[in-house]
Design a protein. Structure first.
Length: 148
């Protein structure tokens, strides 16, 4: 896929926006036919939400799409998607996920692969640094977000 770096930069910008709002710095964008159709960031803290991870916020902001649209999409996330967000990928038939990094947290990537989803992990240095710093400074919030 072309423009991988550009799309991940957009997801990183979403992560930084979340951090600036007092939230957890994870961002996501949904691409269809080379265009960003949805973007979001983790807003659990900002909205007092149980489910607004970056990927869920991104999908929500993309609005209602057809199954045909989802089958042409690529989801970018600065962090490896958790079980909940991976479930949404499977439910809607998103065929490809590009992950900024999976060193600070790794969701069920192998399960997604087994279910036919193409997973690319970039190991982006900026994504790793943002999360490492946040986790070090906010371990309680981080553990809450990942259900520990």
């Amino acid at each position: 896929m072309e423009n991988v770096t550009e799309y991940m930069k957009e997801a990183i910008d979403e992560a930084k926006k979340g951090l600036s709002e007092g939230g957890i710095p994870i961002g996501s964008v949904l691409i269809i036919d080379g265009k960003i159709v949805g973007r979001g960031h983790n807003r659990r803290i900002q909205k007092g939400s149980a489910i607004l991870h970056a990927e869920m916020d991104c999908l929500e902001n993309a609005g209602r799409l057809t199954a045909k649209d989802y089958r042409r999409s690529v989801l970018f996330s600065t962090l490896s998607p958790c079980d909940m967000c991976s479930g949404a990928v499977l439910l809607y038939g998103v065929p490809e996920v590009v992950v900024g990094e999976n060193t600070t947290f790794q969701g069920p990537e192998e399960y997604l692969r087994q279910r036919g989803v193409d997973i690319t992990v970039l190991n982006d240095v900026e994504c790793i640094e943002i999360m490492e710093k946040f986790i070090e400074e906010n371990p309680t919030l981080w553990n809450e977000d990942i259900g520990e």
